[in-house]
Design a protein around this ligand. Structure first.
Ligand SMILES: Cc1cc2nc3c(=O)[nH]c(=O)nc-3n(C[C@H](O)[C@H](O)[C@H](O)COP(=O)(O)OP(=O)(O)OC[C@H]3O[C@@H](n4cnc5c(N)ncnc54)[C@H](O)[C@@H]3O)c2cc1C
Length: 396
């Protein structure tokens, strides 16, 4: 049989596409290489699933994707995504603009999607790893690693990116898309901890502080964030670092540029006030190691030993408010939340998500070069692009 639509990848984008296409009464099939659907969804937001954000617009995405994102959210934005989940029966709440299921469990989001797949009798082929797709006069022929074959009139690629390979991410459909003539913006890990030079972090491993961090590329500041920063055995992590890691990763992995992270470890006090506080302490006869007591955790005495012993009143505030770390790389795909890069968005119709190069091929989710900020933006993109891709594939 030839299906109306075959959807490859049962992540958030593919699941939404399948539910929408099946509601539109098309004969569809959902193909997934893992033995269960939505593996990555089940770990989202540390198992809590931040599935959307109140402030949803293109400014929270990479520049290259903004035209496409604007068009997609213009048709299926925050209200439509919430309506979609209302219909599925998911109850949710918003915490400082971030939406979560009331159960605080990603499993609940996955469960309602699975229930609707069943209700709509969507055939799901698990353990079906697509390795080849060819176009013919009737549509497409799909081949799996185990040489099974499936024919369809329209096809949706929703196979995600490369982040977290243990949960099913793969390279294979980038290759298939490239064979169809699509250009692939080199995928690099994003929302990923960084590896830095020197023993500073190693000595502080496990220590969290509230910091202001800046990404400096070839001496130019390109991104900054405030928030929790975590020192690890190999470098820097925590939400503030994850928030600026994409710029660092692109600069290193795509352009071999020199990247530094500048950290204000005491953002609650300005430099002059810090200098006068330290001077006051020295004048009051404080020991070197007590100079930062109550300003930074005690563990810092070890890494700042020389400066504290010297009571170096000029160097100390500069280091505390602008410690520089040379970045050696990222922790790689195994620890990345998102992929930056993917299929070039210029090659996709902004309204329909159909490939401009291959009629009948639709692209949805993280496989495209669309990267949102942390805060529910990547899932928002997956829901919206999956829903619309299916709508247009069904109506074309
Ligand atoms: C630890 C972690 C936490 C995250 N937390 C959040 C969060 O709280 N909020 C947020 O917005 N985003 C979060 N994300 C990002 C979010 O999970 C992704 O952006 C989203 O899952 C992308 O959806 P997708 O459907 O495009 O791809 P995926 O979820 O990657 O799904 C793609 C599916 O395609 C299948 N597949 C791949 N290749 C093939 C093939 N050749 N044949 C058949 N099947 C194939 C895969 O097995 C997979 O099931 C998080 C990511 C990680 C790793």
């Amino acid at each position: 049989m030839t299906y109306d639509i075959a959807i490859i990848g049962a992540g958030p984008a593919g699941l939404t596409a399948a539910i929408n296409a099946a509601s539109l009464r098309k004969s569809i099939i959902l193909l997934e290489k893992q033995n269960s659907v939505g593996r990555k969804l089940s770990v989202c937001g540390a198992g809590r699933c931040n599935f959307l954000n109140e402030k949803l617009d293109e400014s929270f995405y990479n520049n290259a994707a903004q035209k496409l994102v604007k068009s997609v959210f213009g048709q299926f934005g925050k209200n439509e995504i919430l309506e979609f989940f209302d219909k599925l029966g998911l109850k949710y709440y918003s915490d400082q603009g971030r939406f979560f299921p009331v159960t605080n469990q990603s499993a609940s989001v996955l469960k309602v999607l699975e229930i609707w797949l069943k209700k709509l009798m969507v055939p799901v082929e698990l353990g079906f790893e697509v390795v080849e797709v060819t176009k013919n006069k009737d549509g497409f022929l799909i081949k799996s690693k185990a040489s099974q074959k499936i024919s369809c009139k329209k096809i949706i690629f929703a196979t995600g990116g490369k982040a977290y390979p243990a949960l099913g991410s793969s390279l294979s459909l980038y290759d298939v898309a490239a064979k169809f003539g699509h250009s692939i913006i080199t995928p690099v890990p994003a929302a990923v901890p960084l590896v830095v030079k020197g023993p500073f972090c190693h000595f502080l491993q496990g220590q969290k502080i509230y910091a202001k961090v800046k990404c400096v590329i070839d001496n130019k500041m390109t991104a900054q964030a405030n928030g929790e920063m975590l020192f690890t055995k190999y470098g820097l992590s925590g939400t503030a670092i994850l928030d600026i890691s994409e710029e660092a990763s692109i600069a290193i992995n795509r352009y071999s540029k020199n990247v530094k992270i500048e950290v204000d470890m005491v953002p609650f006090i300005d430099k002059e006030k810090l200098e006068s506080e330290l001077t006051k302490r020295i004048n009051n006869g404080f020991n070197g190691e007590d100079l930062i007591a109550g300003i930074l955790p005690n563990k810092f005495v070890k890494v700042l030993k020389d400066l504290l012993e010297e009571k170096n009143i000029k160097a100390l505030p500069s280091v505390l408010k602008g410690k520089i770390f040379d970045v050696l790389g990222t922790r790689g795909w195994n620890e990345a939340e998102f992929t930056s890069g993917g299929i070039n968005t210029d090659e996709v119709d902004e309204k329909t998500l159909e490939s401009k190069l291959i009629k009948g091929l639709y692209l949805a989710g993280e496989i495209l070069d669309v990267t949102g900020s942390r805060g529910g933006y990547n899932l928002a993109w997956a829901w919206a692009s999956g829903y619309l891709g299916a709508k247009y594939a069904a109506n074309a």
